[in-house]
Structures are given as structure tokens and as C-alpha cells.
Design a protein around this ligand. Sequence first.
Ligand SMILES: [Zn+2]
Length: 258
Amino acid sequence: MKRDFTLETYRLLLDAVLAGKYAVQTTAGFLQKPEDRVVILRHDVDKRPGNALRTARIEKELGLRATYYFRAVKQSFNEPVINRIVELGHELGYHYEDLTLTRGDKKKAIENFSLNLERLRSLAPVKTICMHGSPVSRWDNRKLWEEYDYRDFDIIGEPYYDLDFNEVLYLTDTGRRWNGFEVSVRDRVDSAYKIDAKTTADVIGCLYRGEFSDRVMINTHPQRWDNALLPWAGELVMQNLKNIVKRIIVKSGNRVNV
Ligand SMILES: [Zn+2]
């Protein structure tokens, strides 16, 4: 099997974005002043934050800025790494899961949210948030906003609410494939687009051939992108297992609280 999701592949993906004459914006940059032809670069740092530093460096070399969403848990929240990524010029976001952490207690969750946001903001400004969607969790973290409003926390946007995915093509490496919507429980959006791209090479081809729409959000999970064979193989095995579990959840329609 040919390896996908290496750092070289990531760099080739960015080369294709630039060759496709796309501007590159962060989430907040796009929400505040959207370019006509644009790729919004987003990273959900679920774990292994060191990997995020590597993609952050590659982007910096190409003169690009992305938004890095960090969780408040120790697998993700690594202060030196966050500081370094911010120093490289990238934007910081909060990858929240407070409703899961407080087992569905919305009052506790919003207090938790506020504290975690403050902790992140002690490192750099945070203007946007996006939910962490664990497929095996009973709680959909977005439900917090049925009762509260993130705008009260000076947050200008949450991609799931503030981007129109009928206008912005959403590409995510969830499930270790780019068209993994059939295995994704939570990281899915209502979109008019159907993507004919499974591997990163497919996505690169589409970008070079100009087959995507004018506005695209690319969301990667940096823990999947690695040059070292061992963690890469571990991630592959884990992902295959997770895909099997997720397929069962999706098939049985048991999408708990979504
Ligand atoms: Zn996540």
C-alpha cells in the first residue's frame, strides 16, 4: 500500500491549493472578510500536538496561516506547542467538548467552557471555536448552544453554525479518507456537494483540474499526518477499527443524541 497522510503529501496538497489560485484564510479571517476564491485551512488537534507543529511549520514556509483548534485535555493542550504555533503566525481556536466532559450537565459545561476558553486566551486571542465530536460519546457538544450563546463569550463563529456548507465545500480527513462522510458520525455537514476524492492524491488532482468550488474548507487532524512509520501505522490500525465501529453506529441509526 502506498502511504498517504505524510508531511510530504500535506505539502503537495498546499502546493495544489496555491496552484489552484486559491487565497488561504483562517476561520476568523474568512468570517470577517471572505475572499471570493479561498481555502480555509483548519486543523482539529485531537491529540499528538507535536504533529500540529510540523504542519504549522510547513504552512509558515509557504507563507500561509491556518486555524489550530486545541482541546482542553492533556492529549491536546500543550502550552509550549501552542505558543510556538502562535509565534509562527497561526490562529488559535478552541476545540470544545465541555458537554461531554461534564456528562451532559449544561450549567457545569458552560462554566467549564468559560474557564477553558480563558486558559487558551491566556496564550493568544481566540475568536472561533469548533466542537470535538467523539463518535462514541453520548453527548453532542453543540447542544450547549441550545441554551447558551457563544457570542456572549466574544466568539465570532463556530464553523458548524456560521459557515454555509452549501456554499463552502467541506473536505475533512476524518476516517482517513477525504470522502469519509459515510463513516463519520459527528464530523459531517449538510452539503450539496458530493466529493469524488478518497485519497489526498485525488484531492490534489481535483485542485489542479479546478474541479472544486470557489470556496473550500480543508480540515485535517494533524495526528494522522506523520512521516515516522510506527505512529503512522498505529494511527492506521486505530482508524480502521474506528471506521468499523462507526459504520455499525451509522448503519444501526443509533446516532445517540445527534
Ligand atoms: Zn476533534
